[in-house]
Write a protein that binds this ligand. Structure first.
Ligand code: ADP
Length: 399
């Protein structure tokens, strides 16, 4: 099946056309600065040569038209016509408590995604725009919504509830939902293929370390805990987000700096994390370089980053009563030899023995622990698009 995977953000629309039979990406591109000045469409041909068209892109509808044109004509033509696209899979961040798995999109599902916008005001409205744009251009194609949150619908109440007045949960659905679920699900499933034990007993900790960072505890393929909460702000220190902090800091900073709700949100989401501590960058490569050159705040940012991940490893070992494997993924988790080594440093007593040579090797999915390490340590490149395409095939072929 040829599945078009769409990931629509507030000012961008990413797309990939994937042949699931051939396990091959047929076409890939992104429209950026949609609805703003300086918009452009970047896409790649079969030889991975980059093409950039600087064109006005008024909205997601216009972005979709450009994507379809690039996939069906011109230098990156992947298929002859729209008839060769069998289905569309959409990434949707927030499915609330409504969806424990991916779902075929109909008008009721669109309404529910809209309702969930309250919980993800920056993410769900653009996903809906992407869905509407596909309906406009390809009204007859089956479409599937794949939610970042659905993998975490298996969490028990004691893991997803906040110790706030119960009415906030009842009336406003304030609870932990978790994010990056498609990635945690994909890498935990891949990890199981490397482990000998029966899948139903496996205890895995997955670390998705990109610009946004989150961790999950997974037992027998089912998530039992995760670090992101009602929103993606909770949990680990990230590129620009603070992660978990003492909640009393929020009113304290607001009062002492005269900040309103938008300003405090901005501070915690865009000015904190690696950027806020290092004062150098939100980009891990730049922070590592600065630390190597003796920048003390960059070093502190790195130390804090590794410390926050160690903490969750300990928490999740306790929650699961042990761990069989720890998986690293995302731009930092997949690529940073140094950060992985910092996280695992001192965890030998917990059964985690990093093989320094394996850690340094570049390349795809692999084990980086020593042969005798009780806990298997793995690097597994995430592929959310692939996971979305597979879910789409499962649902559409059952129609
Ligand atoms: P996103 O969450 O936006 O998808 P990515 O998963 O691509 O982001 O991760 C981006 C992060 O990965 C950046 O902080 C970047 O510096 C980091 N990164 C990528 N390659 C390396 C590397 N070789 N060493 C350290 N950090 C890296």
């Amino acid at each position: 099946m040829n599945v078009l995977v769409i990931n629509a953000g507030s000012s961008s629309l990413k797309y990939q056309l994937i042949s699931t039979e051939e396990e091959k990406v047929l076409g890939v591109g992104i429209c950026e600065r949609v609805g703003g000045n300086g918009s452009f469409h970047k896409y790649y041909d079969i030889d991975e040569v980059e093409h950039i068209d600087e064109v006005p892109i008024a909205d997601h509808n216009a972005a979709m038209a450009l994507a379809i044109r690039a996939l069906t004509s011109g230098p990156a033509r992947a298929v002859d016509s729209l008839d060769d696209i069998d289905a569309v899979g959409h990434r949707v961040v927030q499915g609330g408590h409504h969806y424990a798995s991916s779902v075929l999109i109909d008008s009721e599902v669109m309404d529910t995604i809209d309702t969930c916008s309250e919980l993800a005001p920056l993410h769900n409205p653009p996903a809906l725009m992407g869905i509407h744009a596909c309906v406009e251009h390809m009204p007859d194609k089956p479409m599937v919504a794949v939610f970042d949150t659905s993998f975490f619908q298996t969490l028990a109440p004691e893991a997803y509830m906040y110790a706030l007045p119960y009415e906030l949960y009842e009336n406003q659905h304030v609870r932990r939902y978790g994010m990056h679920g498609t990635s945690h699900r994909y890498v935990s499933q891949r990890a199981m293929k490397h482990l000998d034990q029966s899948a139903k007993d496996l205890k895995i900790i997955t670390c998705h370390l990109g610009n946004g960072c989150s961790m999950a505890a997974v037992v027998g393929g089912k998530a039992v805990d995760t670090s992101m909460g009602l929103t993606p702000l909770d949990g680990l220190m990230m590129g620009t987000r603070c992660g978990a902090i003492d909640p009393a800091i929020v009113p304290f900073i607001m009062e002492h700096n005269n900040l309103d709700v938008h300003e405090i949100n901005d501070l915690m989401n865009k000015k904190s994390g690696l950027l806020g501590i290092s004062g150098v960058s939100n980009d891990m490569r730049t922070v590592c370089e600065a630390a190597a050159q003796g920048n003390e705040r960059a070093q502190l940012a790195l130390d804090m980053y590794a410390h926050s991940i160690k903490r969750y490893i300990g928490q999740y070992m306790a929650v699961m009563g042990g761990v069989d494997a720890v998986v690293f993924t995302g731009g930092i988790g997949e690529n940073s030899v140094q950060v992985r080594a910092m996280i695992l440093d001192g965890l030998e007593g917990l059964g985690m023995h990093l093989d320094e040579e394996r850690n340094k090797q570049r390349g795809a999915e692999r084990i980086i622990s020593t042969e005798s390490s009780p806990t298997t340590l793995l690097v597994i490149p995430t592929d959310e698009e692939h996971a979305i395409a597979l879910d789409t095939v499962d649902i559409v072929s059952a129609l």
